[in-house]
Write a protein that binds this ligand. Sequence first.
Ligand SMILES: Cc1cc2nc3c(=O)[nH]c(=O)nc-3n(C[C@H](O)[C@H](O)[C@H](O)COP(=O)(O)OP(=O)(O)OC[C@H]3O[C@@H](n4cnc5c(N)ncnc54)[C@H](O)[C@@H]3O)c2cc1C
Length: 304
Amino acid sequence: MIRDKIFQEKLESIVSDKVLFNEPMYRHTSIGVGGMADVLIFPGSIEELSQVTSYLRDCDVPFIPVGNCTNLIVRDGGYRGVLISLTVLTAIEFKPSALSVYAEAGVPFSEIVNLSIKESLTGMEFCAGIPGSVGGGVKMNAGAFGSELKDVIETVSLMNGKGDTKVAVKNALKFGYRNLDLPEGTVILGAKFLLTKGSGEKIRERVSEIISIRKKKHPLEYRSAGSIFKNPPDISAGKIIDDIGLKGKQIGGAKISEMHGNFILNSGKAKAKDIIDLIDITQKKVWEERGIHLETEVKIIGVD
Ligand SMILES: Cc1cc2nc3c(=O)[nH]c(=O)nc-3n(C[C@H](O)[C@H](O)[C@H](O)COP(=O)(O)OP(=O)(O)OC[C@H]3O[C@@H](n4cnc5c(N)ncnc54)[C@H](O)[C@@H]3O)c2cc1C
C-alpha cells in the first residue's frame, strides 16, 4: 500500500507542508541513527493531521506521532509505516489574566522557557535545556531537577484513534514517571501550562544555573538521546552504570559516556544496532551484578 502511487499522491494532496518518502531517520533523531521511514509527514494544521490519520486508518497503515525525535531510536531497518511529525504545529498563546500558556505539540520547550522569562512566569525553569517539543515532552512526562511536566500542566488536548478531539484535565490523565499512558493511536495536540507570577530576574538566574549544571554534567558536545534508562527507585541509573565499570564501554560508533553513565553517545558513525547492543549489555550486567532491571527511557521503534 505504502509504495502505491495513489496512496502517496493522496498524502501529498492532504498535507500542505512536507511529505518525505523513504526518509533516513538518522537525519532527524538527535542521536543521529536510524534507517528509512517509509513516510515522514509534516501536517500543517490539526485539520490536515485529522485527515492524514483518518486516511491511514482507512488504509490500515500504521503510524506513530513524533516530535523533535530527541528521545527516539529508530532501528537500522527503518520504520514500516508513517511517522507523523507534529513539529509544524507551533502556535503558542499566553493568557496574562489566567497566567496560562497554551502551546501546540510542535512548540519547543526553549520557546516556553523564553516566554516565561519575558513574562516573569515561574514553573517551567526545569525545562531549560530539554531539547524536546511539547507533544513528546507531555507523552514522556519530561522532567528534571525534581520537577516534571505534570506539575505545571492544566489540560492536554488530544486526538483519539477515531480522529475525535477532546481537552482532558490533568486529573483525568494517567501520568507516571517519564510516561503519560494514552490509548493506542492517540495524538497529543497541545497542552495548557499553569504558571505563577514570579521575578523575571530570578527566573532568568535559575534558567542560567540549570543550563550551566547541564553543561557540566552532560556530554552535550556529542549526539545522544539524553538519559537512556529510567532511574530505579532511590538510585540513579548513571551511578549504577558507573559503579559496575561500564563507563567508556564502546561498540562500533557508540559509547557509554565517561562523563555521565546514563548517556550513550554517537561518536559519528554509530548504527542503531551499536546503541541497542550497548543497552542490552548494560541491562544484562546490571541485572547480573545488582539484580535490578534497568528500564529504557528512550523509545525504540522500527525493524532491524
Ligand atoms: C541532550 C538531551 C538532554 C535531555 N534531557 C532531558 C531531561 O532532562 N529530562 C527529560 O525528561 N528528557 C530529557 N531528554 C529527552 C527528550 O528531550 C525528552 O523526552 C523530550 O520531551 C522528548 O520530546 P521530543 O519532541 O523529542 O519527543 P520524540 O523523541 O519525538 O518522541 C518521544 C515519544 O513521544 C511520542 N510522541 C511525540 N510526539 C507525540 C505526540 N504529539 N502525541 C503522542 N505521542 C507523541 C513518540 O511517539 C515517542 O514515543 C533529553 C534529550 C537530550 C538529547
